[in-house]
Design a protein around this ligand. Structure first.
Ligand code: GLU
Length: 601
């Protein structure tokens, strides 16, 4: 949830549909909805923020399709959720095209500059990897952003509106402002020392040295100007023009404040991103991952995200068991063990340059059988479990395990959109940590990502090669798992969430909750969560521990965490009805909305 926008003005109606019959002056848009569940027809939007949901819904109402609405909503999240996502970051866009009945994806992941090497995240003076925050709050962590090109390419391929049109409502929100809420203020407060090191970031987010007051109006005119400049001149102004030059200059010469606010324990290091790195950036269009689960087709994001492969492999493992006939505790036991097994493989085999044949093997049922047979119903496997050998020769149970359980942070955002024609978008976008690299590009109003800290700083796989070491032009492995599930070739479910590496387990758990455990989609989103990522302990919310710790087989060790993820989703009900769901409570709750409510009044 984010602050409520004050924009009462028109949402760029005059620019919306060139040639379409739209009024020159818009009516005031409906008060932004903020409900976690909405049932209806004609299209639906679910995001973490009511303003973004309202903007997306407005696009649908005016005849835009799911891709148009997803881009307009995402651009708005760049204003109201600037610490999670924006044009300084990247993401993965999964799209079901109703006409062709096919699922497409866009990989808009941030990319390492040409100057990055396998040891760029190792301190040359100590030979040790940098501390996470040391790398994060610096130029070293910043990847070439992919979000703006993702939006352009999605609209060019599948949209019906221009990027210029879809940036306009968000520019309006940035200019008119929105009301600061607890989450917004607390995310700044948590980043005060980091933001306070930079003149540009403190000027925007620490006026007078403190976060803006809850209830005050927050405006970001620089970001409004950035959006309008891109709207006018196209994405080249970012990738080949003055905004890109400012991005590179910020990385090369971090805008360190002469009088910092608060103290920071590390030197702020520059890095070598250049304007050429921006000009060289390309989105990619990989085939989605696909796994069949209990008669359904599950489509996810391929590399550089590990989401599709890990969720798919874990589902294939779980498919070996009849979870419905188990007690809830046994079903959760199997879910946790399948997660650990899939994570062992993800850590060993999945990175930007993974071999396609290996990825394919990881998603075969034969391989899943070999992995599944290790699960013991009467006790948890000692963690870490070893990765398997996806070599195409399967038989008995495969068994020096190396853990890699980093990356459980809580930034990022997710949205789900469906339109009246049956097109569906599931989109996860991020700047990595909450607050990214901490550096606002001076005069441009957006934060740069710290996505390159998603690389492993040093090898994690013992003597085996690590698929996720940095390299020039390489994309760091992600866990983002935007997922679309088809039943009989038609959309059945679309879900996604933020949460670093917990994204994989949360998406998996929501699918298991909905498909196997008989929960409704809102229940599946709300249910207490646990995340086992092949570590000695399983991260879990207090309610999960209270519900299951006493009844699980021995061997599970939990570490308590207040909350995991902040999901959105849509279920496609009978008769063309849509059930849009957003997080009810976590991160302040999200906003689901439908074009036409059901039952009709
Ligand atoms: N950077 C993470 C990833 O790509 C996402 C961060 C988060 O969700 O907190 O997997």
């Amino acid at each position: 949830m984010r602050a409520r926008a004050l924009f009462t003005a028109t949402i760029a109606l005059t620019t919306l549909a060139a040639g379409a019959a739209v009024p020159a002056q818009a009516a005031k848009p409906a008060e932004p909805p903020k409900e976690p569940v909405a049932v209806g027809y004609g299209g639906a939007v679910s995001t973490v923020d009511e303003t973004a949901t309202a903007v997306g819904l407005d696009v649908l109402r005016r005849g835009g399709n799911a891709v148009d609405a997803a881009v307009a909503a995402a651009a708005t999240l760049g204003v109201t959720e600037p610490f999670s996502a924006g044009v300084g970051g990247g993401g993965f866009f999964v799209y079901y095209d109703a006409k062709s009945k096919r699922v497409h994806t866009i990989d808009g992941r941030e990319t390492a500059p040409a100057s990055m090497t396998a040891t760029s995240l190792v301190n040359p003076s100590t030979g040790k990897p940098y501390e996470f925050d040391e790398a994060r709050i610096s130029g070293l962590s910043v990847g070439v952003p992919g979000t703006l090109l993702t939006w352009r390419d999605a609209l060019d391929r599948w949209g019906t509106r221009s990027l210029s049109q879809m940036l306009t409502p968000a520019a309006r929100v940035a200019e008119d402002g929105f009301t600061v809420d607890e989450t917004f203020a607390s995310q700044i407060a948590a980043n005060r020392a980091a933001f306070g090191q930079f003149s540009s970031t403190s000027a925007l987010y620490l006026p007078g040295g403190q976060p803006p007051v809850v209830g005050s109006t927050f405006r970001n005119r620089d970001l409004a100007d950035t959006y309008r400049l891109v709207a006018k001149r196209g994405t080249d102004v970012f990738y080949r023009g003055e905004i890109g030059r400012d991005v590179a200059a910020t990385v090369q010469h971090p805008p360190v404040a002469t009088r910092p606010i608060g103290s920071w324990p590390y030197p702020i290091r520059p890095a070598g991103m250049t304007a050429v790195d921006l000009a060289d950036y390309r989105t990619r269009f990989p085939a989605p991952t696909r796994s069949d689960y209990r008669g359904l087709e599950v489509y996810g994001m391929s590399t550089p995200s590990s989401g599709g492969v890990a969720v798919g492999e874990a589902l294939n493992i779980l498919e070996q068991y009849d979870l419905r006939s188990m007690s809830a505790a046994q079903a959760m036991h199997h879910y946790l063990e399948a997660s650990a097994l899939a994570f062992a493989d993800r850590n060993r085999y999945v990175g930007d340059y993974s071999r396609q044949d290996v990825l394919r093997e990881l998603l075969t049922d034969e391989y899943a059988k070999e992995r599944a047979c290790q699960i013991d119903a009467s006790a948890a496997l000692p963690k870490p479990v070893a990765p398997g050998v996806p070599d195409g020769a399967y038989g008995g149970c495969s068994a020096a395990a190396v853990a890699d359980t980093r990356d459980d942070r809580k930034s990022t955002t997710n949205l789900t959109v469906a339109d009246r024609w049956g097109n569906v978008v599931e989109y996860t976008l991020t700047i990595e940590a909450t607050g990214g690299s901490g550096m606002v590009v001076p005069g441009r109003g957006f934060l740069l990502n710290n996505e390159l800290t998603d690389f492993n700083f040093a090898p994690t796989q013992g003597t085996a090669p690590d698929p996720n070491l940095p390299g020039p032009g390489k994309r760091p492995r992600s866990s983002m798992s935007p997922t679309i599930v088809l039943a009989d070739g038609q959309p059945f479910l679309a879900v996604g969430t933020p949460g670093g590496a917990t994204i994989i387990t949360t998406v998996l758990q929501m699918l298991v909750n909905r498909i196997d455990l008989g929960m409704t989609l809102p229940e599946a989103l709300a249910a207490p969560r646990a995340s086992q990522r092949n570590g000695a302990s399983t991260q879990a919310e207090p309610d999960f521990i209270a519900a299951y710790a006493g009844s699980l087989p021995p061997g599970h060790v939990f570490s308590r965490t207040a909350e995991i993820g902040s999901a959105t989703g849509i279920e496609f009900l009978k008769g063309g009805r849509l059930l849009a769901a957003a997080e009810p409570v976590r991160r302040g709750g999200g906003a689901a909305a439908v074009v036409g409510r059901w039952p009709r009044n």
